[in-house]
Design a protein around this ligand. Structure first.
Ligand SMILES: [Ca+2]
Length: 468
């Protein structure tokens, strides 16, 4: 949040346009190529097609593969054993409108052919499917029996284990909450789901979607789901990475773009770190965009299709393909770059020196001398250039936090302040500041409260980042 595009070695890059621009499609990566499956080609969200469009990032070229057996939107794809499995989705029924299906298929790239597999136990669209080991977990989403919000007859917490070798489903534990518009992934044998919303209401009344937060984790060994309550940087209903389990690189599960208010699409990109179970930011999108399907091939996160437009602009289906090199995202180390580094302050009360704020102990704190906090500052030298991720501040009291700014500097002379939206209160006394890949050697806190005798007591500051 300190920096925008340009400070990253990788930036979003515009690539060849998708031939049939679609939204509400599935995204699956197979053999280094992104397959965009189905989706709607016009503003009529009840008119999905059988599109099967394949993007090869090495050639920067799109080709067509065998069309889907059924024209669907919001299906659930997963990749297993060199094939794409596609579960459910919504198809158009004359009269009632778009309707969830139980149908499921497998795509064999060598034969360029789709074949039916066993039907889902219930009709599902807009849920999730993800491969873990030799099986595929599929579930959540909803059963829509017509185009209106009132035609959604069931939202699911159901989860099924599909065994590709036996072509069978087995119901496993229910998820702890509902979810749709999801990006899913696996890490170390567990499935993770970042859903855009908890429920689907019929497209236009955004406030009723129940925005999802945090993430869901399923542990097959224990047959147990867990809700992970770590907050997102921004809650989003219609992720641009929805309907995919391929937007994953190592422990990073990407949740990019979306629309959290009616027609208010976003440029915010983030990922869920499945290893550390926190959300972190990636460079912002080039334009606000939602409702796509994407995936990661090699080092590239690819976004294709989706919907543009902000505010009163109804928007339109979008054609540009965007890629981001995600191999260069900063690694967050388990450690504290601030600990015992040189610290200074505008003043120090006896026994509460500046270095007490980064001595690794919550029992000690820095406190300035005198009363009030005007012209008060605390400064840290990280002893070399660092790529910063985030900073955690533990204060002494939950009493009204003082107005202060956190600044970063490369040279100790020119300072850049973190924006207000970078600050996140995680408990009464603890704030986390998203530094999002900023480069710097020095950190400074500047206090400006001249209204009272208040003055800061900083128990500990911890800084996460990497040493280049
Ligand atoms: Ca301390």
């Amino acid at each position: 949040m300190l920096v925008t595009n340009g400070s990253w070695a990788g930036e979003w890059e515009v690539r060849e346009r998708i031939p049939f621009h679609v939204y509400g499609h599935g995204g699956a990566v197979l053999d280094g190529k992104l397959h965009c499956l189905g989706g709607c080609h016009t503003k009529d969200w009840q008119a999905p097609g059988k599109y099967h469009q394949v993007y090869d990032p090495a050639a920067d070229a799109w080709t067509a593969a065998a069309e889907l057996p059924l024209a669907v939107g919001w299906p659930m794809p997963a990749v297993h054993g060199g094939r794409i499995y596609l579960f459910g989705g919504g198809y158009f029924v004359p009269g009632p409108g778009i309707t969830s299906t139980t149908k499921a298929w497998v795509f064999d790239p060598a034969a360029n052919r789709w074949s039916a597999i066993r039907d889902l136990p219930v009709p599902i669209m807009n849920g999730f499917a993800v491969t873990v080991g030799n099986v595929i977990y599929v579930g959540l989403g909803y059963n829509r029996q017509g185009g209106l919000g009132t035609n959604i007859v069931a939202h699911y917490r159901n989860t099924y284990r599909y065994d590709p070798a036996r072509d069978t489903y087995e119901r496993v534990a229910d998820a702890p909450e509902l979810g749709c518009y999801a990006s899913a992934g696996q890490w170390e044998g567990k499935a993770y789901v970042v859903a855009g919303a908890n429920i689907e209401v019929g497209f236009h009344d955004m406030k009723d979607y129940q925005w999802a937060d945090g993430a869901l984790k399923y542990d097959p060994a224990a047959n147990r789901w867990t809700k992970i309550n770590t907050p997102r940087l921004k809650k989003r209903v219609f992720y641009l990475t929805q309907c995919t389990s391929s937007a994953v690189a190592g422990p990073r599960l990407f949740a990019v773009g979306g629309m959290g208010e009616y027609r208010d699409r976003t440029i915010v990109g983030e990922y869920f770190d499945m290893q550390r179970e926190v959300f972190r930011e990636i460079p912002s999108l080039l334009e606000p965009r939602c409702c796509g399907g994407g995936g990661v091939t090699g080092d590239l996160l690819i976004l294709a299709g989706g919907f543009f437009g902000v505010a009163e602009d109804l928007g339109d289906v979008c054609e540009p393909t965007w890629v981001l090199d995600v191999s260069d995202l900063p690694e967050v180390v388990d450690g504290n770059l601030a600990r015992n580094r040189p610290a200074q302050a505008s003043s120090e009360r006896e026994g509460h020196q500046a270095v007490r704020a980064n001595d690794g102990s919550l029992d000690t704190y820095w406190e300035p001398a005198g009363e009030g906090a005007t012209n008060t500052w605390w400064k840290l030298d990280l002893a070399g250039p660092r790529r910063l991720a985030e900073c955690k501040l533990t204060w002494d009291s939950s009493a009204a936090m003082p107005p202060y700014v956190l600044e970063v500097s490369v040279n100790g002379t020119n300072w850049v302040a973190a924006k207000p939206e970078a600050f996140r209160r995680v408990s009464a006394r603890v704030e986390v500041v998203n530094l999002a890949g900023a480069n710097g050697r020095y950190l400074r806190l500047q206090f400006s409260d001249s209204q009272s005798a208040w003055h800061p007591r900083l128990r500990e500051i911890e800084v996460q980042g990497t040493e280049p």
